[in-house]
Design a protein around this ligand. Structure first.
Ligand code: PGA
Length: 253
């Protein structure tokens, strides 16, 4: 089995002023400076990205955006392009988060266009998928996740797909304190890995990192990371406090 380096990313959502963002990453940088065997990223709001990149230069923490548009430039009022994100030193961009699907009508087709645009400018997507509580109760979890993955990755060459990060985030677990159990998460992660193997071959599927997201805390990270197909976490609430996020990053210690 391929060795996948764990990847823990913090999704700050619409939180923190510029000075709070700078303060948070300054603290985080110090708290996790000795971490080598885990990849770490923070995803602040757009207005803090440039400053956060500057604080984190030559650190072991990468920076990601929480969204982008798919065009390079032009008359798209209010949008931010992948070219702009690449220009200031972002490495990742979250796409298809359930909050964007719910409040901003983001579809798999939109996500697919964003993923293609991100690759064009050398950024790596963190592609979010996951079912709602209603869908889970109706036994539709795997169908929903399969449709999202197929739609989001549609037409992408395999050499791009292997660098993509998939974040399985059951909607019912996001911001609710109801984390999926490690077994519940593993069941879906393993399903995703098998689907990727069907689409891109077993060897490639083994290279793709699949994060879990939804109420991850310093207390539950270890159990989740012990599962064979859970390769990291996308952390919301608990990533806002540097001490908490550092404990999650240091789940092995
Ligand atoms: P949460 O958010 O950790 O606050 O549940 C996770 C996410 O939405 O990425």
């Amino acid at each position: 089995m391929a060795e996948r380096i764990p990847f823990i990313a913090g999704n700050w959502k619409m939180n923190k002023s510029l000075s709070q963002a700078i303060d948070t990453v300054t603290k985080l940088k110090e708290l996790i400076e000795d971490v080598q065997d885990v990849e770490v990223a923070v995803c602040p709001p757009f207005i803090a990205l440039d400053a956060v990149v500057k604080v984190l230069i030559r650190s072991n923490i990468a920076v990601g955006a929480q969204n982008c548009f798919w065009e390079e430039k032009g008359a798209y009022t209010g949008e931010i392009s992948p070219l702009m994100l690449a220009d200031i030193g972002c490495r990742y961009c979250i796409v298809g988060h359930s909050e964007r699907r719910k409040y901003f009508g983001e579809t798999d087709a939109n996500v697919n266009r964003k993923v293609r645009a991100l690759y064009q400018f050398g950024l790596l997507p963190i592609i979010c998928v996951g079912e709602t509580l209603e869908q889970r109760q109706q036994g539709l979890t795997m169908n929903v996740v399969e449709e999202q993955i197929r739609g989001c990755l549609s037409g992408l060459p395999v050499n791009k797909v292997v660098d993509s990060v998939i974040a399985y985030e059951p909607v019912w677990a996001i911001g609710t304190g109801h984390t999926a159990t490690p077994e519940q998460a593993q069941e879906v992660h393993s399903f995703i890995r098998n689907l990727l193997a069907e689409l891109y071959g077993e060897e490639n599927a083994q290279k793709i990192r699949i994060q879990y997201g939804g109420s991850v805390t310093p207390e539950n990270i270890k159990g989740l990371m012990a599962m064979p197909d859970i390769d990291g976490a996308l952390v919301g609430g608990a990533s806002l406090e540097p001490e908490k996020f550092a404990r999650i990053v240091k789940f092995k210690q």
